[in-house]
Write a protein that binds this ligand. Structure first.
Ligand code: AMP
Ligand code: ZN
Length: 467
């Protein structure tokens, strides 16, 4: 097996990856704040995390993967000011903060599923780990890293000399960035809240008792508390979008390393933004965001076309979203499906030479554009159709573009996603021996103008050209 090289934001260099435990990796992905739907920018971040995980698995590692759900404490100012995004979202929807957390968590997980992003080993949500967050703040308090203000318990960043080790920014630049939100009581502009008090005369929906008073945890402390608790001695790779480098991840490092006295994660990896045309970041706060539902599903575009869009560019390069890139990726994907379909159904041997090239590309800091080029080479190569198919099925363990199922399901015949979903539900009903439901779904598919053919090789759906 060849070495894996990953670009580490800590060193700003590609480094050879060495896991703490032999053959196992602890991977932590900063998860969504569940006050709204995930947008295509957020989803780029999780596609990147998923490719990273698949590459580690493909290299033979066991991966313990954590994704957190931020359901409290992330303020609209992203620092320590403004409203809690969850409580604001709850007002907007006319529901409780707990209800919207549940609703948008489910919506997020549905999106991941549609993009073939596998579930993490553990999902964890901030509100389930309040005790651990309070304990971590207590350790910091005991070690002298905290101070009290009228609105909370703050971390004194001047006590942590390596505060800029991730951002590589001069302190003046970090201060400049932090100045956006002025809080007169902070000792240093970069200080941040570990615990915030509930406003006086107002009961928050989400609040807890603590040694300092009733309130809620600051945003950064949750990721430290949960990764230390759940990964403990396997703090290998922490990933997220580049917007997390200067504040969120910088603060996670400061508080975790101050509390434990040792290095937090060894590798920090960050994806570049999915911007909108003109170069502005796609962001919920900008109101310029597109969801998987709006941009693809409503238009009957296979969501995996978006996965392909992301794989066609290195995760470290900024991208600009347009309908055109999705449409051309969708055509490219259908083209791939057609070519895989034409290989037939016999699965031969994985070709070692191409597999080696494929791994080398991916182990070079997840070079997915190159990996896709190698997939194309396989299709054109002088190999038997069955060996090509075996090699492509193997590559798809990382790419997860449904290259085999997609082609067998005859998306080649331009069967819309909605029909594919009905077919999937019918398969599930049949497996559960719910024949009435299976029949009902068959009718629904037929009424929409498609025919189902059951054969010993599986189920195919195609357009009914006789209508
Ligand atoms: P949030 O729900 O805002 O905490 O973001 C979830 C993840 O998406 C984080 O890792 C962010 O860094 C990442 N992210 C946010 N906006 C974008 C964007 N436009 N492009 C790529 N990643 C993003
Ligand atoms: Zn985080």
């Amino acid at each position: 097996m060849s070495d894996i090289f990953l670009y580490n934001t800590l060193s700003r260099e590609e480094e050879k990856f060495i896991s703490i435990k032999n053959g196992e990796v602890g991977l932590y992905t900063c998860g969504p704040t569940v006050y709204n739907f995930a947008h295509l920018g957020n989803l780029r971040s999780y596609i990147f995390g998923n490719i990273l995980k698949n590459v580690l698995l493909y290299n033979g590692y066991k991966v313990k993967h954590i994704i957190n759900i931020t359901d409290v404490g992330h303020l609209t100012g992203d620092g320590d000011m403004g409203e809690d995004k969850m409580e604001k979202g709850a007002m907007r929807e006319g529901k409780s903060a707990w209800e919207i957390a549940e609703f948008f968590t489910k919506a997020f997980k549905d999106d991941l599923k549609k993009l073939n992003i596998s579930e993490p080993t553990i999902w964890c949500k901030a509100t389930d780990y309040i005790k651990e967050q309070i304990e971590l703040v207590q350790i910091l308090e005991k070690k002298g890293y905290t101070y009290l203000t009228s609105d909370g318990v703050y971390y004194d960043t001047s006590k942590f000399p390596d505060y800029n080790k991730l951002s590589h920014l001069k302190l003046e630049d970090l201060i400049e960035g932090a100045r956006v939100e002025i809080n007169e009581e902070k000792k240093n502009p970069t200080d941040f809240a570990l615990w915030k008090f509930s406003p006086q005369n107002q009961k928050r929906q989400m609040e807890w008792d603590s040694p300092w008073g009733i309130g809620f945890p600051g945003w950064h402390i949750e990721c430290s508390a949960m990764s230390l608790k759940l990964l403990g001695d396997q703090l290998d790779i922490h990933c997220g979008g580049i917007d997390h480098i200067n504040v969120h991840h910088t603060n996670e490092i400061a508080q975790s390393e101050a509390a434990t006295g040792h290095k937090f994660f060894n590798y920090w990896m960050h994806n570049a933004f999915m911007n909108v045309v003109g170069g502005k970041k796609m962001a919920k706060s900008e109101g310029n965001f597109l969801t998987l539902e709006n941009a693809l599903l409503k238009k009957n575009i296979n969501p995996l076309a978006y996965r392909l869009v992301c794989l066609q560019v290195s995760y470290r390069k900024p991208m600009e979203y347009s309908d055109d890139i999705v449409i051309s990726a969708s055509q490219a994907l259908n083209n791939l499906y057609r070519r895989v379909f034409e290989l037939g159904k016999e699965v031969g041997q994985v070709n070692k030479e191409y597999k080696e090239k494929f791994i080398l590309a991916l182990n070079d800091d997840l070079n997915t554009p190159q990996a896709i080029a190698i997939l194309q080479e396989v299709l054109k190569a002088d190999l038997s159709a069955s060996d090509k198919l075996a090699t492509i099925i193997d590559f798809d363990k990382v790419l997860a573009l449904d290259l085999q199922i997609g082609s067998q399901n005859s998306i080649v015949n331009e069967v819309p996603e909605r029909i594919e979903e009905l077919l999937q539900s019918r398969e599930e009903a049949r497996q559960n021996r719910d024949w009435n439901e299976a029949d009902r779904l068959r009718k629904e598919i037929e009424e929409a103008g498609y025919i189902i053919e059951d054969s010993k090789d599986g189920v195919r759906v195609s357009k009914n050209n006789n209508l």
